[in-house]
Structures are given as structure tokens and as C-alpha cells.
Write a protein that binds this ligand. Structure first.
Ligand code: CTP
Ligand code: MG
Length: 226
């Protein structure tokens, strides 16, 4: 039991981006977003296997695309929410897996270094979350008014990957009473278990493509990298 498996969640429909094609299949620098993401995990030495979670109607169409990516050992269908999709992915992880790294398919700029450091920390401590600083001043609100200003030194934005010993993640999902839209990452479930989660400092380049304007930013970042 010493393998590390990445679960890549790519079964969403991208409602906020408002494109007919879900954002993870849109082309960025000539390749679908999800292919960029998969290539980063393929290139990460600590990752032994990748389980890809896709909407059911995409699975057959995507097999040839993923055949190029040797570490993909399974493609499973997603659920109604991100958390359900990740749970489906977890059922397809092989029995030799000790560490699971969960990642958003819509984050194609994750670096190999971020993947490696997050997995290394999870191996050491049991749970690790990649984070980035908060640059704006964050307000707490009540209705249409500001109720408080939060100390941003004490805030981080949760990125992915987030990596866990498999038994920690399994227990976190078992304890969760609902896997609705409010469960936007795995750390939230692991926090509720009371298991400490180590921070791993990540880059603000590791954006999640969410709104249409993110595509233009992503295209510019890709072309600068080439
Ligand atoms: N995701 C998933 N299964 C779902 C919902 C989301 O696998 N039922 C994946 C998305 O494909 C994405 C990641 O989880 O890679 C992060 O979610 P988000 O950015 O919210 O993507 P969408 O849910 O597709 O977008 P939106 O919330 O705007 O509809
Ligand atoms: Mg969503």
C-alpha cells in the first residue's frame, strides 16, 4: 500500500461560464483544458495513477483522448455535485493506494512542484491543502451591508490539489451527512472530522477557470509560457 492516486474532477457543466461546451473541454493553446490538467499529473513523479471523473455522456468520447495519458487507470461517471463526483472517483481507486490527491479538472495551471509538495506533505501529516494568499480586503456581510472586515493575514484561498491518506478521506466522506453544493472541497469534510490539515503554499497562477474572463487570462498565461 504505497501508491498515490490523483482523482481529477471534471464532471461539471460549467454554468457560471455559460458556454455550450463545459469549460474543461474548451481549447486552450490548441488542447482541451482537461488535457493540460492531465499532462501536469502525468508529469508529476509522485503520482502513480489517475482516476478521471467525467459526466456519463462524455466517457466514451474521451477514451481516445485519455489513451495518450499513461497514468489514467480509470474513468468514472460524475455525480450531481462536485463532492459526489469525487466520492465516485474514490470508489475506483486501486487497493494499493495510500494517498489520494483530489484536483479540479478546471485548474490546468497547477505545477508539478505544487503537486509534489502537496503529496509529500500528505504522506508526512495525513492531510494537506494547497493554498494561496488573499490579496483583496475581505468583508463579511449582512444583507446589503458590511458587518465586519476579516484579517486577511489569517485567510487563505483553498486551491487544489488537496491530498489525504486514503483512510482519512474515506472517513471524512462517511461522516458527511450531505454532499451538496456547499461542499466545495475535501478539506471542508476533513476539517469536520477534526483531523489537522497542513497548509502548502501555492501560486496564484493556479487559477480555476470559472467565468468567461478566466479563459482570456488562461490563454494569455499559456502563450506567455510557450
Ligand atoms: N465538478 C464535477 N462534478 C460536478 C460538479 C463539478 O466533477 N457535479 C468538477 C468540475 O468539472 C470542475 C471542478 O469540479 O473541474 C470544480 O468545480 P466548478 O468550478 O464549480 O465547476 P462547475 O461545477 O462545472 O462550474 P459551475 O459551478 O459554474 O457550474
Ligand atoms: Mg460548480
Amino acid at each position: 500500500m504505497s501508491r498515490t492516486t490523483a482523482i481529477i474532477a471534471a464532471a461539471g457543466s460549467g454554468t457560471r461560464l455559460r458556454s455550450d461546451t463545459p469549460k474543461q473541454f474548451l481549447e486552450l493553446a490548441g488542447k482541451p483544458v482537461i488535457v493540460h490538467t492531465l499532462e501536469r499529473f502525468q508529469a508529476a513523479p509522485s503520482v502513480d495513477a489517475i482516476v478521471l471523473v467525467l459526466a456519463e455522456d462524455r466517457i466514451e468520447a474521451y477514451r481516445p483522448e485519455t489513451a495518450q495519458i499513461a497514468k489514467v487507470t480509470g474513468i468514472v461517471k460524475g455525480g450531481d455535485t462536485r463532492a459526489e463526483s469525487v466520492l465516485n472517483g474514490l470508489t475506483a481507486v486501486d487497493r494499493e493506494t495510500a494517498i489520494v490527491a483530489v484536483h479540479d479538472g478546471a485548474r490546468p495551471f497547477v505545477s508539478v512542484d505544487e503537486i509534489e509538495r502537496t503529496i509529500a506533505k500528505a504522506k508526512q501529516m495525513g492531510a494537506a491543502c494547497l493554498v494561496a494568499p488573499v490579496t483583496d480586503t475581505i468583508k463579511s456581510i449582512r444583507g446589503s451591508e458590511i458587518s465586519a472586515t476579516l484579517d486577511r493575514q489569517k485567510l487563505r484561498r483553498a486551491l487544489t490539489p488537496q491530498a489525504f491518506r486514503i483512510e482519512v478521506l474515506r472517513r471524512a466522506f462517511e461522516m458527511a451527512d450531505e454532499l451538496d453544493e456547499t461542499v466545495t472541497d475535501e478539506s471542508y469534510l476533513v476539517e469536520r472530522l477534526g483531523h489537522p490539515i497542513e497548509l502548502v503554499e501555492g501560486s496564484s497562477r493556479n487559477i480555476k477557470i470559472t467565468h468567461a474572463e478566466d479563459l482570456a487570462i488562461a490563454e494569455a498565461m499559456m502563450s506567455r509560457d510557450r
